[in-house]
Structure formats: C-alpha cells, structure tokens
Design a protein. Structure first.
Length: 186
C-alpha cells in the first residue's frame, strides 16, 4: 500500500505487545523500509536475546547482504542452517564463501535451489529471489513473470522486497507491477 512509515510503526507496536511471537519482526520491517543499518542493529540485538531463532538469522543474513557485508551474511546464513539442523548445507555455505566470496554464496544459492527444484516443487518467486542475490536481471524478471502466471501471492511484496530493487528501472518490472494492479512505488 506504499505506506512504509505506517508499517514500521505497526511492527514496533507488535514487538511491544508480543516480543516473543516474532522477535525478528522489527528487523524485517526495517529491511522492507530500506533502513538496513537499523535492521542490522535490531537483528543483532534479537540474535543475542534469542540465539536459537532461525528467522532472525535469515533476515540478518539478508541485511548484511544488502549492506555489502558478504562474510557476515554468509556467517548468519550458516548459523540459520545449523539452527535448522542442516550442518551439510551450513558447511557448503562456508566453502562457497571461501571459494568465491559473496558471488560464490550467490551462485551456491542458485545451484542448490535448482537441485532442490528437480526433486520438489519450488515456487518461481523463491527462485527469482535466489537469482536476485546473484544479480541476474533477466532470470529474476523471467521468474517473477512466471510467478505471476502461477498466481503467486508473494508477488505483492515485489516493491517492498529490497533484493528486487535492482530490477525496478526495467520496463518488464513496470509491466509486471501494472499487471498486478499495484500502485507503483519506484
């Protein structure tokens, strides 16, 4: 609805009312409003208070990524995977970063999800997110368009999801926003 300040106030209120329900909620709201430093600060604090919360670490990984802090992003993603009980993937993240840094992690994300998609259904929107980490504009937009044809409910987030910011200037993105009937925020 293009009301980022109001959504941030609602997230703050939700944390006040029920701090244990979604400890990552305010950090996520900061991400959605592009307040990356505030997101990192909040999510770090929440991670210290709730060190076993998987989502806090996933969003912290994304915040670090958006800030260009590849090592910290990989470390937070590794921790999230360990908390999920997947030490094999956590180790793969560590090795991907050692081999290729930030880009190596982005390539790992795409490749591991392509493998996963061969075995089970993986929404096009989720694959688009992975290609966005890689910075592949054509693949990201093609998958977002496919998500439109799949009627993905997550598409309502394409304007607020900062990982998609790099495609906002593309005419194909504008066409998708129009097809969705969303009020443009770019």
């Amino acid at each position: 609805m293009n009301r980022p300040e109001q959504s941030l106030q609602e997230a703050k209120r939700a944390i006040e009312l029920e701090p244990l329900r979604t400890p990552w909620g305010l950090g996520y709201a900061y991400l959605q409003t592009r307040q990356i430093d505030a997101a990192i600060n909040d999510l770090r604090m929440r991670d210290q208070t709730y060190p076993d919360d998987v989502n806090t670490n996933f969003y912290l990984s994304q915040a670090y990524w958006l800030k260009g802090m590849g090592k910290e992003s990989a470390d937070a993603l590794e921790k999230a995977l360990l908390l999920m009980g997947d030490p094999e993937k956590a180790d793969e993240i560590r090795r991907a970063f050692q081999r290729g840094g930030r880009k190596g992690v982005a390539q790992w994300r795409v490749e591991s999800n392509k493998i996963r998609a061969r075995k089970e259904y993986l929404a096009s929107y989720d694959l688009a997110r992975q290609y966005a980490y890689l910075g592949d504009k054509n693949a990201t937009l093609s998958l977002l368009d496919l998500a439109y044809h799949e009627r993905s409910p997550w598409l309502i987030l394409i304007q607020t999801e900062p990982i998609f910011d790099f495609v906002h200037s593309d005419r194909r993105y504008h066409a998708l926003v129009a097809k969705l009937g969303l009020q443009p925020s770019y």
